[in-house]
Design a protein around this ligand. Structure first.
Ligand code: PXG
Length: 463
């Protein structure tokens, strides 16, 4: 007999196939398979419409810092919906939720970042940042400084400018991107160094060599034409690339030397993920402009922000003319109220400190112990509550599989089947659980991942 739940699942699958276009999805293939319907969530768990419980090792899309089902955030959103469901900031107006949020952020951001603009997604924040960078150089009388440099394997979003800034090449061909004025430099991906022809270089040396590729590129393009360098403190969607310790100091020296603005994309690394409020604090980076989203509201509402460092703020906020930019929903009161409560909850629960001193080190240690000796595992790397497990054909050469992505996808499918959400980026398995995750839940994730890796190794024994 077909259950009521099953009928409902079918109903939603049919409607979804008929009317809903999914992001980053082959529509025909998905519709042939049937979509999974997520109906509720609590803590680190999701449930699908068939009642299956799933442990979310990815915090949604790297964003649900406080875990699902937080009542305080729900209450804050409901209250704002009742009191002030909408008003904008265009006509010499503001609202209490948004000003309190801006002030709270100014207190948490790195020194000098006292001013924020709001937007609704990471892509919009990055688009806005690039416009502000252009505007800054125009105001400074350097309009020829127009080129934006970013890195291979970077992910900065999907709008025309953000996708152009992104270095993940699959983002480009369908849309004839990147736009002119965008240049790329290599990522400090030490695990891939041998495959990329750098030989047996050690991580510290590699960090310097890759940073100096930025200098070479600036010199090739002409420093007087380069506006900015954009980078995630740790590259997320590109495969969790943790820069060697030598990388960021050298990059900062180079940006300062050639008067290139430094833009830090903290969309994934912000809000406690690395054990500090911002990845910039973890790596002692002093950016001119920062973009943030995701963990700002723990994903409970769509909201993002751009903060201006002292140099940009001084120029842009004293231009004595209208800043011709902004969205209907910039600083939406409901999103602002939820984001503000989210930051208060994170502070009250001391989540960044917990990631830094307790659950983060536990997570890293246990992952290493459980997985690093496995024959299919080439490296386990991580920081805070970010971790990557490289699946490789053989130890210890740091080689990749010939058909990149096949083994990772296979392993990811085993994870899903056993009720764990982990991301496969090429053949790298990624975990980024909510910052509220406890030790037992970490153990559950690791056990499921280990099992999936074991099954994958068995299936690919002859590769
Ligand atoms: N910057 C970074 C560093 C990101 O990770 C964006 C900007 C764009 O944010 P919006 O809100 O416009 O999506 C992101 C988004 C994945 C995945 O599968 C990662 C992101 C988005 C979707 C999927 O790893 N990151």
């Amino acid at each position: 007999m077909v259950s009521e739940t099953h009928n409902l699942t079918k109903h939603w699958q049919v409607l979804d196939a008929a009317h809903h276009v999914h992001p980053f999805t082959d529509t025909a293939a998905l519709n042939a398979e049937g979509v999974r319907v997520i109906t509720k969530a609590d803590g680190v768990y999701l449930w699908d419409s068939e009642g299956k419980k799933i442990i979310d090792g990815m915090s949604g899309l790297w964003c649900v810092q406080v875990g699902y089902g937080n009542e305080q955030l729900a209450e804050a959103g409901c209250e704002a919906l009742r009191v002030l469901p909408y008003y904008n900031h265009f006509f010499k107006t503001t609202n209490p939720y948004t000003v309190e949020l801006a002030a709270k952020l100014a207190g948490l951001l790195p020194d000098g970042h006292e001013h924020v603009l709001f937007a609704n997604s990471g892509s919009e924040a990055n688009d806005s940042a690039l416009k502000l960078i252009r505007y800054y150089w125009n105001l400074r009388g350097r309009p020829e400084k127009k080129i934006h440099i970013s890195r291979e394997l970077a992910y900065h979003g999907v709008t025309f400018a953000a996708a152009s800034l992104s270095g993940l090449t699959p983002l480009h061909p369908q849309w004839d991107l990147p736009l002119p004025g965008f240049a790329k430099v290599p990522a400090p991906y030490w695990f891939g160094a041998r495959a990329a022809g750098y030989g047996d270089i050690d991580p510290e040396e590699f960090g310097l060599v890759i940073a100096r590729r930025l200098e070479e590129t600036i010199l090739e393009l002409g420093a007087d034409r380069v506006a900015s360098f954009s980078a995630e403190p740790i590259q997320g969607a590109g495969g969790l690339i943790f820069p060697p310790a030598t990388y960021w100091p050298e990059v900062q020296r180079i940006c300062a030397k050639y008067d290139v603005l430094l833009h830090a994309d903290e969309v994934i690394t912000g809000f406690g993920r690395t054990g500090e409020w911002f990845g910039c604090q973890t790596y002692a980076i002093h950016p001119d402009i920062i973009t943030m989203a995701k963990g700002l509201s723990s994903g409970y509402q769509p909201i993002s922000a751009v903060s201006l460092g002292a140099r940009m703020a001084e120029t842009i906020l004293h231009a004595n003319e209208e800043l011709v930019h902004g969205y209907t929903y910039s600083g939406h009161p409901v999103a602002s109220a939820v984001a503000l409560k989210n930051l208060e909850v994170m502070e009250a629960q001391k989540l960044p400190a917990r990631v830094n001193g307790a659950i983060g080190p536990y997570f890293q240690r246990r992952l290493g112990e459980a997985l690093s000796e496995h024959p299919l595992v080439g490296e386990v790397r991580g920081h805070g509550l970010l971790a990557a497990v490289e699946l490789v054909p053989a130890k210890p050469e740091r080689r990749f599989f010939p058909e990149i992505g096949r083994v990772g996808t296979h392993c990811r499918n085993y994870c899903f089947a056993s009720g764990l959400i982990s991301r496969a980026i090429r053949d790298t398995m990624v975990l980024a659980p909510p910052l509220t995750v406890n030790e037992a839940e970490v153990e559950e994730m690791i056990a499921k991942l280990l099992d999936a890796i074991g099954r994958t190794a068995h299936d690919f024994a002859r590769i």
